[in-house]
Design a protein around this ligand. Structure first.
Ligand code: 3HC
Length: 279
């Protein structure tokens, strides 16, 4: 299958890698040359890690299935996946542009915006659905497959089959509400974790989350890991829509350019990799 991924950030590059690992021909698109360069480096690093673990046989061959491009020509693709910044306007513009160029299925990797709303930007809403991967896409098994009001049966079934073909677990989401399933749960957990920041350190809160609640990564660390800018935007949109996701300390950090793991600092310092609070 020919897959075209729009946006070579953390999610887009991870999604492109997953499709290439399953034998698909992938084009990873971004307007920013530095994003494409970083994506190639990140994918090469990850494939080598996975070779050490025996998951990938030939990293070079897998990387060879990915073209890195700054042209949005997605005409011959069977599937286009939009993975740009989590903002209705930004996603809308990209979807409008892509939908004028392809007759294939279009999926959005939105983490919370309802598919029916996003479908107003595409020409053929019956060929449009949500395919929500989690960070890091290469390691996370679950993918939410979301049906909008106008998504056809055929497109929805195609989405579920595609996710299974990647060796992932597709969760069919039939209620197209803001945050779908996973993030509606996470919003509440994040709100609880953030409210404790007035009294406890991120390390203390995360130690509890990891050692008593059994989370692989603490709540505050997860905010850093998925990006404070992304979470800030989601929280603003959530509160606009009456959903509970409040984390007041996000705003100040984002304004200071502290975006979490990707910028080297958020609630934690990531300059030497993932902070180790597991002991
Ligand atoms: N590719 C290949 N290998 C990777 C990798 C990647 N992208 N990322 C990490 N690894 C490797 C590490 O290098 C490490 O290798 P090593 O064993 O050789 O040292 C190994 O995986 C294990 O990593 P860690 O030592 O960091 O430890 P963990 O066992 O905790 O695993 C994790 C990492 C899978 C990320 C785990 O911490 C986890 O599951 N965290 C929670 C992630 C999560 O909840 N994601 C969803 C977020 S919500 C979301 O995405 C929604 C969005 O819409 C906002």
């Amino acid at each position: 299958m020919k897959v075209f991924v729009v946006g070579a950030g953390v999610m887009g590059s991870g999604i492109g890698q997953v499709f290439a690992m399953a034998g698909n021909q992938v084009t990873l698109y971004d307007v920013r040359e530095d994003a494409l360069r970083k994506a190639r480096e990140g994918i090469a690093w990850s494939l080598n890690k996975l070779r050490e673990k025996g998951v990938v046989k030939d990293p070079e061959e897998t990387l060879g299935r990915i073209s890195f491009s700054n042209s949005l020509e997605c005409g011959g693709s069977d599937l286009v996946i939009e993975a740009v910044f989590e903002d209705l306007k930004v996603k809308g513009e990209v979807l409008r542009e892509v939908s004028a160029k392809t007759k294939g299925v279009i999926a959005t990797n939105t983490s919370s915006l309802p598919i029916t709303e996003l479908s107003t930007f595409v020409k053929r809403p019956e060929r449009f659905l949500g395919m929500h991967f989690f960070n890091p896409p290469v390691l996370m098994k679950l993918v939410e497959v979301i049906r909008g009001e106008k998504t056809s049966d055929e497109t929805f079934q195609f989405g579920l089959r595609v996710v299974s073909s990647l060796g992932k677990y597709p969760l069919p989401v039939r209620k197209d509400v803001f945050g779908f399933v996973v993030n509606r749960v996470l919003f509440r957990l994040f709100t609880a974790g953030c409210s404790l920041l007035a009294l406890y350190t991120p390390e203390q809160i995360d130690y509890v989350a990891m050692n008593r609640l059994g989370m692989p990564m603490g709540l505050i660390m997860l905010l850093d890991y998925t990006g404070l800018d992304v979470n800030y935007n989601i929280a603003k949109e959530a509160s606009r829509r009456g959903f509970e996701f409040q984390c007041p300390p996000l705003e100040e950090r984002v304004k200071q350019g502290k975006l979490g793991a990707k910028s080297g600092e958020g609630f934690y310092n990531w300059s030497r990799g993932r902070p180790d609070i597991r002991a």
